[in-house]
Design a protein around this ligand. Structure first.
Ligand SMILES: [Zn+2]
Length: 125
């Protein structure tokens, strides 16, 4: 099980570096909606684009999530809650006119950054 929960994981850092390299500027670990207690990994405030790079374990990646052998009565509901919370976060942001981009940490940082950059550039009026 990976211990790299939360902020500044390697895939996230790689994506941020690539975005920065193409001249994009963004907030990191930032609440898109201040009164809503949900933090996105990378946030473009002007373009209203919120990016989440979800950990395969914590967010239940369909390709990589493996149920832990021990303590399932703890982990199963916990991961299920995370997934439900992710859906809820997406729904709330979308209803406030944000674009929500979600990726898995296993995705290639180059592809992720390319996809984010394309979306953000489209949003600039
Ligand atoms: Zn995965």
């Amino acid at each position: 099980m990976k211990a790299n929960r939360g902020r500044d994981t390697q895939p996230e850092l790689a994506v941020r570096r690539l975005l920065h390299a193409v001249g994009l500027r963004y907030r990191v670990n930032f609440r898109p909606i201040p009164r809503l207690n949900r933090t996105a990994d990378v946030v473009f405030t002007r373009q209203k684009v919120a990016v989440f790079i979800d950990g395969c374990f914590w967010h239940g990646c369909p390709e990589h999530y493996q149920r832990p052998v021990s303590n399932r009565e703890y982990w199963d509901p916990k991961v299920a809650r995370n997934i439900a919370r992710d859906l809820d976060t997406t729904r709330r942001l979308v209803s406030a006119s944000w674009i929500v981009l979600r990726y898995w940490e296993h995705e290639a940082p180059e592809e992720v950054a390319k996809s984010i950059a394309a979306c953000v550039k489209q949003r600039v009026g």
